[in-house]
Design a protein. Structure first.
Ligand code: COA
Length: 365
């Protein structure tokens, strides 16, 4: 009898500090109308001083555990590309703070597709009996890696976290994950990148500090002329990313639907990574999905990277837009490039989904 990973809990969290389009327009050459019409975003939440990705992850993880009515999970996977620090991974610390003890805990790095990759990884470990339950958290704080002077990226991204609790169950019960499809194209890795912080720029940083690496004195800046100080910022080729996002997201949804033997019109809710409302609309058009079957919260949170899919899931489920029995496909796209999707019939959750905190909620960190 085969085992499947079944969604049993859902929770999300956004930090209380809000940045509106007008706030950005006061500091950058942009305006509310441009941002709304080109992206669909009205506001985003950002971390405050001293807050980091693990703080967001802990809050979302706690909410997903409460939604499932359990206190523990046997495995923790954190999808993030803004870990608290390059090493060690963020997940073990999150596991400790959630009281999960010495469970296996690791990060998955697939940028905005991270949550789908992490779900697939955890589902595989449940299916093979390595774990009976898993907490999968998508958490990112992109506001910490944006160039304050870059209007193209500053307007898009926000911070947050979302989480799902998986348990072992049967492949034919509601909530069972199925039809996983994943892909990547590393030839396009420069379309969205944060060059610094890794081994390639380690040499440049060593030189900037007047140090030596492997016995050689190195010049500041890498072969491409990047100054070390700027390598910590996210860069993006917006138009090319837009085109790739539409094409790859539509392809991965089709692949998952085929694996599930669901005709595209049988999908009740399409839960796309919230990158840009125009990208989601274009994907919906390609697939012939009516607009009211696309769930969205990008107006309130922006692009929250690995947190985006569980955040919009929690919001849609709490609002009653995502209901038990709905056939749902989750699909992500992001840097790498990476993309992926997975399907499930939406289950009835014991404690209900717990959505992200609104701006009036007081922070609990
Ligand atoms: N405010 C005002 N003008 C802006 C702006 C901003 N925040 N950002 C860019 N512009 C300007 C550009 O400089 C350009 O000016 P120019 O014509 O004088 O050169 C103009 O607006 C049009 O730029 P363009 O890049 O063609 O706009 P666009 O319609 O493609 O929208 C993005 C830009 C970034 C919103 C869009 O390309 C996008 O969403 N790309 C995908 C990004 C994404 O989702 N990344 C994450 C994937 S996981």
């Amino acid at each position: 009898m085969s085992r499947a990973a079944v969604v049993a809990g859902l929770g999300a969290w956004t930090p209380p500090t809000l940045v509106t389009n007008d706030d950005l327009a006061a500091r950058l050459d942009t305006d509310d109308e441009w941002i709304r019409t080109r992206t669909g975003i009205r506001q985003r939440h950002v971390v405050g001083p001293g807050q980091a990705t693990s703080d967001l992850a802990v809050e979302a993880g706690r909410r997903a555990l409460a939604s499932a009515g359990v206190e523990r999970a046997g495995l923790l996977v954190v999808a993030t590309s803004t870990p608290d620090q390059p090493l060690p991974a963020t997940a073990p610390q999150v596991a400790d703070r959630l009281g999960l003890g010495t469970v296996p805990a690791f990060d998955v790095s697939a940028v905005c597709t991270g949550f789908v990759y992490a779900l697939a990884t955890a589902a595989g470990l449940i299916a093979t009996g390595v774990a009976d339950t898993a907490l999968v958290i998508g958490a990112d704080a992109f506001s910490t890696i944006l160039d304050p002077a870059d209007r193209a990226t500053r307007v898009l991204f926000g911070d947050g976290a979302g989480a799902v609790l998986l348990r072992a169950g049967s492949p034919d019960e509601p909530g069972a994950l199925d039809g996983v499809h994943l892909g990547s194209d590393g030839s396009q890795h420069r379309l969205i990148e944060r060059p610094g912080g890794g081994s390639r720029t380690g040499a440049a940083l060593a030189a900037a500090a007047g140090g030596q690496l492997n016995g050689q004195l190195l010049a500041a800046g890498d072969a491409d002329g990047h100054a070390a100080a700027h390598d910590g910022y996210l860069t993006m080729q917006g138009r090319a990313v837009f085109a790739q996002a539409v094409q790859r997201t539509a392809e991965t949804v089709r692949a998952t639907a085929e694996r599930l033997r669901w005709p595209l019109e049988a999908i009740d809710r399409l839960v796309l990574h919230q990158a840009n409302a125009r990208i989601s609309a274009a994907v919906g058009q390609r697939l012939g999905t009516p607009a009211d079957r696309l769930v969205s919260n990008i107006d309130r949170v922006g692009n929250t990277a690995a947190a985006s899919i569980p955040l919009v899931l929690a919001d849609a489920a709490a609002a009653g837009d995502l209901r038990p029995g709905h056939r749902v496909v989750l699909a992500g796209f992001g840097g790498g490039l990476t993309w992926g999707s997975v399907g499930l019939v939406w289950p009835r959750l014991r404690g209900g989904p717990i959505p992200a905190a609104g701006p009036s909620d007081s922070p609990t960190l």
